[in-house]
Design a protein around this ligand. Structure first.
Ligand code: CA
Length: 226
């Protein structure tokens, strides 16, 4: 896994790079926005960690430029600012996660690992699996053109599965992304919600899209067996 780190405070940059290298990641560093952008353009990184306040080009500008060319690479924003408005702006520009300085390395590593595990991200506004449509902006779901009403958790689960049709997601992955790390409830929560989803998304239609892979987890695909 190759990570690009763009951070102009050299000391902070070195510490982060060292912590990441200790986890066996390959790390390239850039100390200003221009060289950060040039490196991001030149190499296929698995993850980009971006400071916002940078000389020459801001982190937000790099983020916008990267997203114009590469929709998939996960981007983690690192900054001293914690204004909600700016977070929203950067999420809208295509950031995947946000960490406010000062932060603990343990937290940075946890977020880096989570982003890398998630892999390349689909950023399409409307996801399609067969005749199923998941509109991520409106948070609306249609099947064969018919609107399907889902609860917020049902929607989150379906959207997560739809980001990567054909892929099988394990229960712990689903819990981590749809609920959260601190979730300590029922361990069959995923099965319960998949059952709810099936009754709304699959049962009324001849073709079943939600797939169960025994002992592994769940996925969504057009050629699903029931
Ligand atoms: Ca800075």
């Amino acid at each position: 896994m190759r990570i690009l780190l763009v951070e102009d405070e050299k000391k902070v940059c070195e510490l982060i790079a060292r912590a990441l290298k200790a986890e066996r990641y390959a790390v390239d560093v850039a100390f200003d926005g221009q060289s950060g952008w040039e490196m991001a353009e030149a190499y296929a990184y698995d993850l980009i960690i971006l400071d916002l306040m940078l000389p020459v080009l801001t982190g937000t500008e790099i983020l916008r430029r990267v997203r114009r060319k590469n929709q998939e690479v996960p981007i983690l924003i690192l900054t001293a600012r914690d204004a909600t408005k700016e977070k929203v702006q950067n999420f809208e520009a295509g950031a995947d996660d946000y960490l406010t300085k000062p932060f603990a390395f343990a937290e940075l590593l946890m977020r880096v690992k989570a982003l890398l595990r998630r892999g390349p991200m689909s950023r399409a506004t409307v996801l399609h699996v067969g005749d199923l449509e998941v509109d991520r902006l409106a948070q609306q779901v249609k099947r064969a053109g018919k609107r399907i009403e889902l609860t917020p958790k049902e929607y989150a689960l379906l959207e997560y599965l739809a980001t990567n049709p054909g892929r099988v997601f394990s229960r712990p992955m689903i819990i981590e992304h749809v609920w959260d790390r601190s979730f300590g409830g029922l361990n069959n929560i995923v099965d319960v919600y998949v059952r709810h989803l099936r009754s709304k998304v699959d049962d009324p239609f001849p073709t079943k899209l939600i797939r169960t892979v025994r002992g592994v987890g769940y996925g969504l695909s057009e050629a699903a067996e029931s």
